[in-house]
Structures are given as structure tokens and as C-alpha cells.
Design a protein around this ligand. Structure first.
Ligand code: ADP
Ligand code: ASP
Ligand code: MG
Length: 452
């Protein structure tokens, strides 16, 4: 059994969905279980609708609902014929009526809670999964729709819900396995789930369909997890930022996980953990070029000083300066407890004799966090920073790669520098707008093909 996940652009329109059907057809003997994202761009639009409605701009929100409805119905008409098309259009339309009603309710309430955001954001995958099942059937595939919320059981932390792996394992065995055994192809939405006990709709956070796929793969002990996307695989850098980024044919779980955490959007950062635990290989493949070799993420990978460069902006640097207390026992524990208490995860850490610097992505609870940190020392916040990471399982073998990296960064202002304890990731914190130039310089230093 394998799990195949199709991202937004890989189910973005009728042609893409038809390509996905062909890909699954070629894999029928391997018993595929399919996880789909919303149609490309749909989640962003849904979130905008929610925000507009809560701000009182109902007309604009409803216009956007109709735009999204038209798009889904048009793609349905292109994919299906006759009664099938009518049936699916009716089903999708009912969901859009629900969306319009939700928008009206939000206008009345004037308040957007994480719970209502999830109710709205989840519609993208609810819609796409219904459409994809119908298209697969039209293609002659024995597809069966599965409501992802019955399988993906989470806590009630809306907009970034934590999956409950035991409950997911049980639900997958009970609901997915019998379909596979009966020769069916289960199709479910990624990204969405429901709260244990309450059954209220949740989401796993943006880009979470990859994570859904690996959770389902782990729950089913799949032999492989395939992430079908719009690039040839994991590349040596984001091709949107760096020209000439190259395909990585094989990469270790740990390196892939570091890259995802430090900005390689091609994989949601949590995707690797469930796969590693069960030793399931993860493939990243291009749905527009299914004949490509893609990237294999597995335990053993070639040892390279630098495998890829990642980067992300919008990072906040938090510095706590406490000359008196830093070296006292338990200070670090107290410090990190403050971050834990405010549900803020820390990415990069560097310490000196008198200060600790950390970067965070999520500033939702920053104000309250700072109040508590002030009890420990002087606190400085630097917004609009970015991080750039050089990742390679052999990065620390000898010193050449490291000094080459630092030389490549050259005169860019570096605010902080950290070498991960596993010594496969060298991360620098720079100004947000320097992320792209820093990535290009580093990529050029390690991957440029030079004319002799
Ligand atoms: P999907 O909708 O299929 O989930 P995403 O847009 O989430 O696709 O992820 C694919 C995108 O990730 C690519 O188009 C590319 O711009 C970006 N990306 C960032 N870093 C990398 C990388 N190292 N390798 C490949 N793609 C990357
Ligand atoms: N549709 C969701 C998003 O855009 C999840 C995903 O595509 O992975 O964030
Ligand atoms: Mg994605």
C-alpha cells in the first residue's frame, strides 16, 4: 500500500485532476490511498472571505464565495458529463451555500475565532476531495470518498491542531483498511481533521496536507509516501528564489526535515517525523512530469558537505540579556518554560556569557511572552529578520564547507549564527530582505557550474 498526496497545483484544475487520475491508474497494483489538497489558491481565498466577512464587508465576501463556486463548478463541468456532473455540482453547491451562511454569521458576530477560521478553511479540502473522487471514477478508478475528519483526530487547538496518532491509527485501520482490502481507492482531504471527543472541524496549519499524508502513511504502515507537487522534487534551493536550483535525487530524513523546518515549503515541516518512526520512504514528485525520478527521502543518503540551502523571512529575533542570572543553574530551563507556556516554538538558539538569542516564527503570543521574559532580564525584540540555512549531512566533516559558507555570506549583516547540535545545519539570521540575496550567494558558492 502507498499513500499519494496531491498538492494544490496538482489538483488545481480539470487537466491537473486528470493527470492525477492517470498517475493513480499507473499505481493501482500498489494499492494507493489518496490525500488531496484544496484546489490551488482556494485556501487563501477562503481565509480572505472569512476575514472580509468578520470586518463587515459582506458583499465583497459573498462575491468571492460566488467566484470560488464558479471555479469549482466550471472544473466539474470540464471533468464530468451528464448526471455525474449534475450530482457533483449539487453537492459542491450545497457546500458553497454553507460557506455563504458562515460568512453572514461572521458578519453578524464581527469576530473571527480560530474555530470559525478552521470551519471555513477546511471547506477547500472538503470540496476538492468530492470532485477528485468523481473525476477518478469517471476515469474508471474505484475511488471512494472518505471524510478526513473521521480519520484525522486532533486536539482542539484550532488552526494548528495536534494530531492524536493513536486515535488516527485506530480510525485508519477501521475506516481506510477495509476499503483498500476491497480493492477500492480511498480519497480524503489533507490538512483537515476533527477534535477528539467534540468532533469539531480543525486544521493542521498551512501546508498541512503533506503532514496528513505522512500520518495516514504511518497509520497504515504504507510502503511509501508520495508527495506530488509542481517541481521535480526537493531541489538544492527554492527555484522561485534561486535560478539554477538542482534536483536532489536522494536525501536523508534528517536533512529533509531540517530543510522543511527552515523554509523549504515543498514539505510541511512535520511531514518527516511520522515517516521516520516507521521507516517509510517519502518521495517528492512532479505531477506535471510523472516520468521524472523525483527525490527519495530515506535513512541512507549520500554524504555531502552541502545538500541544499533554505531560507525564510518574517522571523522574529528575541534577545534576553541577563548578566547576573545567565550562568545560574536552571536559568535556561526557566527561560524555555516561558516559551512553552506561551505555546511559542523556538527555531534557532544562540547563547553568550550574558545573553540568549532565539528566533520565533509565530508571534501570536509575543506580548504576553515578553511580559514574562522581562522577569528574567532585559528583552529586545527584532522583527523582520530572516534565516538562511545551509544543510548537509557532511557539513561538519573538515572545516572547508563552513568557512566557504561564511565567506559567501560576505558583508551581509549577520545577527546571529548557529550550528545545529547534529552538525548538519548552519543557520544565520539576517535582515528579512537579505534572505534571497544570501540564499543566492550561498547557492552560487556551492552549486554554480563554473566555466573553465
Ligand atoms: P503543493 O501545493 O504541491 O503542496 P507547495 O507550493 O506547498 O506545493 O510547495 C512546492 C513549492 O515549494 C515549489 O513550487 C517551490 O517554489 C517551493 N520550494 C521551496 N523550497 C524548495 C526546495 N528546496 N525544493 C523544491 N521546492 C521548493
Ligand atoms: N490547502 C492547505 C493550504 O493551502 C493545505 C495544503 O495545501 O497543504 O495551506
Ligand atoms: Mg504544500
Amino acid at each position: 500500500m502507498i499513500v499519494c498526496k496531491f498538492g494544490g497545483t496538482s489538483v488545481g484544475d480539470a487537466d491537473a485532476i486528470a493527470r492525477a487520475a492517470t498517475i493513480i491508474d499507473a499505481r493501482r497494483a500498489r494499492q494507493p490511498v489518496v490525500v488531496v489538497s484544496a484546489l490551488g489558491g482556494a485556501t487563501n481565498q477562503l481565509l480572505q472571505i472569512a476575514e472580509q466577512a468578520a470586518k463587515g464587508q459582506l458583499i465583497g465576501a459573498l462575491r468571492a464565495v460566488e467566484g470560488l463556486r464558479d471555479r469549482h463548478l466550471a472544473e466539474t463541468q470540464r471533468l464530468l458529463t451528464g448526471d455525474d456532473a449534475d450530482e457533483v455540482c449539487t453537492e459542491l453547491s450545497a457546500m458553497f451555500d454553507e460557506l455563504a451562511a458562515l460568512a453572514e454569521a461572521l458578519r453578524t458576530l464581527g469576530d473571527l475565532t480560530p474555530r470559525s477560521l478552521d470551519a471555513i478553511a477546511s471547506l477547500g479540502e472538503q470540496l476538492s476531495s468530492v470532485l477528485v473522487v468523481a473525476a477518478f471514477r469517471q476515469h474508471g478508478l474505484p475511488a471512494e470518498h472518505l471524510d478526513a475528519r473521521q480519520v484525522m483526530i486532533t486536539d482542539a487547538n484550532f488552526t494548528r491542531a495536534e494530531p492524536q496518532t493513536d486515535a488516527i491509527g485506530e480510525a485508519a485501520q477501521r475506516l481506510v483498511m477495509p476499503l483498500v482490502r476491497a480493492g477500492k481507492i480511498p480519497v480524503m482531504g489533507g490538512f483537515i481533521g476533527s477534535s477528539a471527543g467534540g468532533g469539531v472541524t480543525t486544521t493542521l496549519g498551512r501546508g498541512g496536507s503533506d503532514y496528513s499524508a505522512s500520518l495516514v502513511g504511518a497509520a497504515l504502515q504504507a510502503e511509501a509516501i508520495e508527495i506530488w507537487t509542481d517541481v521535480d522534487g526537493m531541489l538544492t534551493a527554492d527555484p522561485r528564489v534561486v535560478e539554477g536550483a538542482r534536483l536532489i535525487e536522494r536525501i536523508g530524513f534528517e536533512e529533509a526535515s531540517e530543510l522543511a523546518s527552515f523554509g523549504a515549503k515543498v514539505l510541511h515541516p512535520n511531514t518527516i517525523a511520522p515517516a521516520v518512526m516507521r521507516g517509510i520512504p517519502v518521495w517528492v514528485l512532479n505531477s506535471r512530469r510523472p516520468e521524472g525520478t523525483g527525490t527519495l527521502i530515506a535513512f541512507d543518503a549520500p554524504r555531502r558537505s552541502v545538500t541544499a540551502i533554505a531560507g525564510k523571512s518574517g522571523v522574529t529575533l528575541v534577545k534576553v540579556r541577563s548578566p547576573r542570572m545567565l550562568l545560574t543553574e536552571g536559568f535556561m530551563r526557566t527561560l524555555f518554560e516561558v516559551f512553552a507556556r506561551h505555546a511559542t516554538s523556538v527555531d534557532v538558539v544562540a547563547t553568550s556569557e550574558v545573553s540568549v538569542s532565539v528566533t520565533i516564527d509565530d508571534t501570536t503570543n509575543l506580548e504576553a511572552l515578553v511580559v514574562d521574559l522581562r522577569a528574567l532580564g532585559d528583552v529586545t525584540i527584532e522583527r523582520n529578520r530572516g534565516i538562511v540555512s545551509v544543510v548537509g549531512n557532511g557539513l561538519a566533516d573538515g572545516g572547508a564547507a563552513m568557512s566557504q559558507a561564511l565567506a559567501a555570506i560576505g558583508d551581509l549583516h549577520v545577527h546571529m549564527l548557529s550550528l545545529s547540535s547534529s552538525r548538519i545545519n548552519l543557520t544565520v539570521v539576517v535582515d528579512g530582505e537579505q534572505v534571497a540575496p544570501a540564499m543566492r550567494r550561498l547557492h552560487d558558492a556551492f552549486f554554480a557550474v563554473r566555466a573553465r
